[in-house]
Design a protein around this ligand. Structure first.
Ligand code: ATP
Length: 466
């Protein structure tokens, strides 16, 4: 059994099978923006739902939120984004290629993640002296010094386009958690939770990334699944460890092998953070471990800043002790599109079956876009198609199903294997007399005969969350 490798293979698979398309393709495309097709949308929704179940539905201390993308502009002044949400950019003087200076340094083993621009330029200059730094595109050694490039994207919401200025600017949110901090008070006043508790949301975020050439791993429009946990500072260490453990286990629960995950500890921390770890996945298509989720402490920075800038009291009073304090926050922040790419990278497999190549998406059944495909053995026998359609119509009320009549059964199996469909149900001539169907399992390829009356129980047992 071999794994498909290389980003190109995943990109072409995603396009060919309707998972992901380059956006605006008929106009030549738009860099670092992608659209999700039928199977991609369902897979992404299933991943989102799996996250939501574990973060909200299965817990009683987390509340859901869906806040707006546009927020009051002061939000991003208070959070520090307007002042300093930047990445260091280097340009090639010959071919004009843009590069991220911290990524260049990373290649040489220098950790410059969130480092100051002076540190980045000092380290770059050391490497330049030895003529080690080259343009990733043309190999030229003529590179500009690093300069800060803001990742914030501006809009003219509510103002004419031509009067866009610093005074009337509105930003597209660069992370979803900003909305959570702003709604902290409304959640407190409406649901009255006691600390510790969390607010979770999934939504779009926008960053003007300097370079974004890694398919859906890094895009300028993406989705985050974030949870902010509010707590007394004394509880931080205990809860931080609890969340690290829970988030790690979530990946294992949905079939990511332990050896493909690792922790990355941030040595350079934001001034308000005491701990920051990322979960990294070993992407075969990207050639190594890359961040999929950050689990970070944020102290009382966010609520204090928003309280200062808005003039609204965001403190919490402990009913038992009467202590009044600003809650501290720790966050879990995963990129939905990165996690999507991770599941594809992990699951897309090529294997040989009786001398023939089989491509199969060995993805957790709960995440698979289509759960059941129903086939009549032949497409021009009404008895068979009528019965198959009846079964399909009843199963599609419970799961995403497909009805397929074209080509041989073998070809139909292969098509479903590629998109990860766990079960194929075939109605044949025997079905007409014994009221049974053949169920074929995606992974084992074993076939079983099951009574139509038993079908729903059989599938529920195997497909649904336990
Ligand atoms: P990176 O170092 O890769 O730029 P980051 O540390 O800036 O990421 P965070 O601000 O911690 O990322 O965002 C939390 C999560 O959001 C990341 O772990 C990642 O999964 C996702 N994410 C961030 N930026 C992007 C992007 N441009 N495209 C897709 N996902 C992203």
């Amino acid at each position: 059994m071999t794994k498909k490798s290389g980003l190109e293979k995943i990109v072409s698979f995603c396009k060919r099978r309707g998972f992901v398309f380059p956006s605006s393709e008929i106009y030549g495309g738009l860099a670092a923006i992608y659209d999700y097709g039928h199977y991609g949308t369902i897979l992404k929704n299933n991943i989102r739902d799996a996250w939501w179940k574990h973060m909200v539905q299965f817990r009683d201390d987390i509340y859901g939120l869906d806040s707006a993308i546009f927020m009051h502009p002061t939000t991003w002044v208070a959070s520090g984004h307007v002042e300093g949400f930047d990445d260091p950019q280097v340009d090639c003087l010959d071919c004009k290629q843009r590069m991220r200076a911290d990524h260049i340094l990373e290649e040489f083993g220098v950790d410059a993640d969130k480092a100051s621009i002076d540190f980045v330029n000092d380290e770059l200059n050391k490497l330049k002296k030895d003529e080690k730094v080259k343009c990733v595109n043309c190999g030229s050694k003529k590179l500009t010094p690093a300069r800060q490039f803001s990742l914030m994207i501006k809009s003219n919401l509510g103002s004419p386009v031509d009067v866009l200025s610093e005074e009337n600017v509105i930003y597209l949110r660069p992370e979803t958690c900003g909305g959570i901090y702003l709604e902290y008070k409304n959640v407190m006043d409406s649901v009255h939770p006691k600390l510790p508790f969390g607010i979770a949301q999934v939504g779009k975020a926008f960053r003007n990334e300097i370079v974004a050439r890694q398919f859906v791993f890094r895009t300028r429009e993406f989705e985050q699944m974030e949870m902010q946990y509010f707590l007394h500072p004394d509880k931080m260490d205990e809860k931080y460890e609890m969340w690290k453990d829970l988030r790690w286990k979530w990946y294992l629960e949905y079939g990511i092998p332990q050896e493909k995950l690792k922790w990355y500890k941030h040595e350079v921390l934001s001034h308000y953070a005491s701990q920051a770890y990322d979960i990294e996945f070993d992407f075969e298509c990207l050639g190594g471990f890359k961040e999929v989720e950050g689990i970070h402490t944020r102290g009382d920075w966010d609520l204090s800043q928003h309280s200062k800038h808005s003039g609204v009291d965001l403190m919490y009073t402990d009913e038992k002790t009467d202590e009044k304090f600003t809650p501290h926050i720790m966050e879990t922040s995963a990129g939905l599109n990165r996690v999507f790419l991770m599941f594809l990278d992990n699951a897309l497999t090529e294997e040989e079956v009786e001398g023939e190549k089989r491509t199969v998406l060995k993805i957790d059944k709960r995440l698979a876009p289509i759960k059941v495909a129903v086939f009549p053995l032949l497409k021009n026998k009404e008895d068979l198609t009528g019965k198959a359609r009846e079964i399909y119509d009843s199963l599609k009320k419970l799961w995403m199903c497909e009805y397929d009549v074209s080509g041989s059964i073998g070809k139909r199996y292969r098509r479903q294997d590629e998109i990860g469909t766990p079960y194929c149900v075939t109605v044949d001539f025997d079905s007409l007399s014994d009221n049974s169907v053949t169920i074929r399992d995606r992974d084992t390829m074993k076939q079983e005969r099951v009574k139509v009356a038993e079908l729903k129980n059989y599938l529920t047992e195997r497909l649904d969350e336990k």
